[in-house]
Design a protein around this ligand. Structure first.
Ligand SMILES: [Zn+2]
Length: 141
């Protein structure tokens, strides 16, 4: 289960709109308690893909820096997010091919020119060999 506050989702939506018509990307920082992951922060990273309008590649240097900062703390990288300009709020076939770390949660935000779109949260199910929607904790009132 993943617990992510609506305020953090708003930050991702803002970044998706800001990056349009390119894809934005970033990392989800959180804590793990058994099967439950709580996202406490979202950190934007440069999209260094050669084709940023239809793919993403999180800047490896940003990720390394972040991992260094998190070392020795209870926080870790628990997932990442990116946007699909005029696309669906779900991992694409291309995303599936790039799957390197099945432990991470994926947030995919669809965004159109008006900056509006759906957001999907997924994890990779090894048994099914497919992305499945993640179980999400209820939002606080
Ligand atoms: Zn994608």
């Amino acid at each position: 289960m993943i617990d992510i506050h609506r305020d953090l989702k708003s930050i991702i939506r803002y970044q998706a709109a800001h990056a349009y018509p390119n894809e934005c990307c970033g990392m989800l920082i959180g804590t793990r308690d058994g099967d439950k992951v709580t996202v406490v922060e979202v950190v934007a990273a440069p999209n260094v893909s050669e084709s940023p309008a239809d793919s993403f590649e999180i800047d490896p240097q940003s990720r390394l820096t972040l991992q260094k900062l998190l070392r020795g703390t209870p926080r870790e990288i628990v997932g990442h997010y990116h946007s699909h300009p005029d696309g669906e709020a779900a991992p694409s076939e291309r995303d599936r091919e790039q799957l390197l770390e099945p432990d991470l949660y994926w947030i995919v935000a669809s965004v159109n020119q008006g900056g509006v779109g759906e957001m999907g949260i997924f994890r990779f199910d090894q048994d099914a060999a497919a992305f499945v929607p993640a179980e999400e904790a209820p939002q606080p009132v």
